[in-house]
Design a protein around this ligand. Structure first.
Ligand SMILES: [Mg+2]
Length: 380
């Protein structure tokens, strides 16, 4: 069996898909959506296609090594996202070729169902804001969720006055009051804070017992992350912007976080997500894969979650369950998704919806809104 054709699609804003088809007619799907640089990733897939056409699609590790190492320059979010989409598509093909879900080729299931969380929070304490928030919580609870994540909205400077901090803290305690003590609540600081501010805010919310705080500070400096971890009495998470085992190494060796969040569409794919999680196991660190894009990436995460012993919980942003691109959506029951049973990534793509290219005029790079009052750049 040989790779015969590689096609790419952009069926929605912030959704880039790759389909690899073999000469025996098996097709595999991957998601390469890279926030901020989708055209670059598209071009990278085109360049890598020159090598892949004519190759045996089942030699996943060999192709991964060649794409990562043989071009001399390694890593970076464009190459790693392109490689990630290709890796997912090859795992999809392999599963379909052998007639099993991909996780059965990666050591088989280490659990019976996969825990997942949705995005929900209180960001606006006005009457109408609270009402909107309550409506979404009701809908998510009816949909089967028992764990939620939100974060402090807007832009944060090096420090903020008490009123700004207290607004977030009040919302956090109110969230706990609404959902009760049996529910997991997480917060994503989106790397918007300095270590000092993050530590202060974490200390203010510790009484409502968050499950973790994600990216309290940017990911580049493990010492800053460690400072926060050591100053806070609950788990700190990071990793959605770290690519490959090599970028996670220092985080592990310094024990800077309790939970890692590699992104299957950026870290180098399902192969690399599984290997990063294995490295983490040595440090008693658990994996809660990031997934803020569509259903192909989400389905790829589920495959790895199924076979990863130190898996903790899977992120989901509504779009992951199907978003009009799957023939059958994933279903959440009592906080969990059943183990996939269909071959490959466990999904049937709705080709009428997926195999098209839509024009989008929405900005890819975070919009115009990410400047402080004085005109300087803010972190989004
Ligand atoms: Mg995040």
């Amino acid at each position: 069996m040989k790779i015969a054709k590689i096609e790419q699609y952009r069926p929605k804003h912030r959704t880039r898909l790759v389909r690899i088809t073999t000469d025996s007619g098996i097709s595999g799907w991957g998601e390469t959506t890279l926030e901020g640089k989708p055209k670059s990733t598209w071009a990278a897939v085109e360049e890598l296609s020159e090598y892949l056409i004519g190759q045996d699609p089942l030699r996943i590790e060999h192709h991964w090594q060649h794409i990562y190492r043989s071009a001399f320059f390694r890593g970076g979010n464009v190459l790693m996202s392109a490689l990630a989409g290709i890796d997912q598509a090859l795992w999809d093909i392999s599963g379909k070729f052998y007639g099993v879900p991909s996780y059965k080729l990666m050591g088989n299931a280490t659990r019976d169902k996969i825990r997942t969380y949705a995005h929900w929070g209180i960001n606006d304490l006005s009457e109408s804001g609270l009402e909107k928030s309550r409506e979404r919580l009701d809908w998510l609870q009816k949909s089967g969720y028992t764990a939620y994540k939100s974060g402090p909205a807007g832009k944060w400077r090096a420090h903020e006055p008490p009123a700004r901090i207290d607004e977030f803290v009040k919302a956090a305690y109110l969230m706990r009051e609404w959902v009760g003590d049996d529910v997991d609540l997480y917060f994503d600081f989106h790397a918007k804070m300095t270590p000092a501010l993050a530590i202060e805010v974490c200390n203010e919310i510790k009484g409502m017992r968050p499950g973790f705080v994600e990216e309290p500070v940017p990911q580049e400096n493990k010492d800053a992350l460690k400072l926060v971890s050591q100053s806070v009495p609950f788990p700190i998470a990071t990793g959605e912007r770290l690519l490959s085992r090599w970028e996670f190494r220092e985080i592990f060796e310094s024990n800077s976080v309790a939970i890692i969040q590699p992104d299957v569409a950026h870290c180098g794919g399902m192969s690399e997500l599984r290997r990063i999680a294995s490295m983490a196991e040595v440090y008693y660190i658990h994996s809660a894969p990031h997934c803020a894009i569509g259903p192909v990436a989400f389905s790829s995460c589920l495959q790895v979650d199924a076979c990863t012993p130190n898996f903790f919980i899977q992120e989901q942003v509504d779009a992951g369950l199907g978003n009009g691109l799957l023939q059958e959506d994933w279903v959440v029951k009592d906080g969990y998704i059943d183990l996939p049973t269909k071959p490959g990534l466990g999904i049937d793509i709705d080709e009428d919806a997926a195999c098209r290219n839509v024009e989008s005029h929405e900005p890819e790079l975070g919009g115009d809104n990410w400047f402080h009052e004085d005109g300087s750049v803010a972190d989004w």
